[in-house]
Design a protein around this ligand. Structure first.
Ligand SMILES: [Zn+2]
Length: 129
């Protein structure tokens, strides 16, 4: 980086001229510059992740009870995990019905085929009375 080379050159001149106090200031400026460079890199990485998250969010479409990607139809993804934690977790088809799926992260069950819920109670209410 050119600015580091410039500071190094100035530092050498000051050191050779016996200007120790000014030389120390140049060293401190180099240190601060390195810290700022590190912080910029961290912010760039955070910005990249946020942009990816935003793009993913804009690409999701909620159908009945789960998310699918608009761009390629990929899915289904757990709405619970996405809405609460911004984690894109695939809902896995589960027995006994191919229309239902389970999130391996939060263990919630969902209707994944975009139709009405498929689960029916094993016992009708009248059976329990
Ligand atoms: Zn989940």
């Amino acid at each position: 980086m050119a600015i580091f080379d410039d500071l190094k050159s100035v530092g050498q001149v000051l050191q050779e001229a016996g200007k120790i106090e000014q030389y120390k200031q140049i060293l401190e400026a180099q240190e601060k510059l390195l810290e700022m460079q590190k912080r910029v890199a961290e912010l760039e990485e955070e910005n990249k992740k946020l942009k990816e998250l935003l793009a993913c969010s804009e690409d999701l479409e909620f159908r009945i009870s789960v998310y699918y990607k608009k761009s390629n139809g990929d899915g289904p993804f757990c709405p619970n995990c996405w809405d609460a934690y911004r984690k894109l977790i695939r809902v896995i088809k589960s027995y006994p019905s191919a229309d239902s799926g389970k999130c391996p992260q939060c263990n919630n069950l969902f209707n994944i085929e975009g139709r009405e819920p498929v689960y029916k109670p094993k016992f009708a209410r009248r059976d329990l009375l």
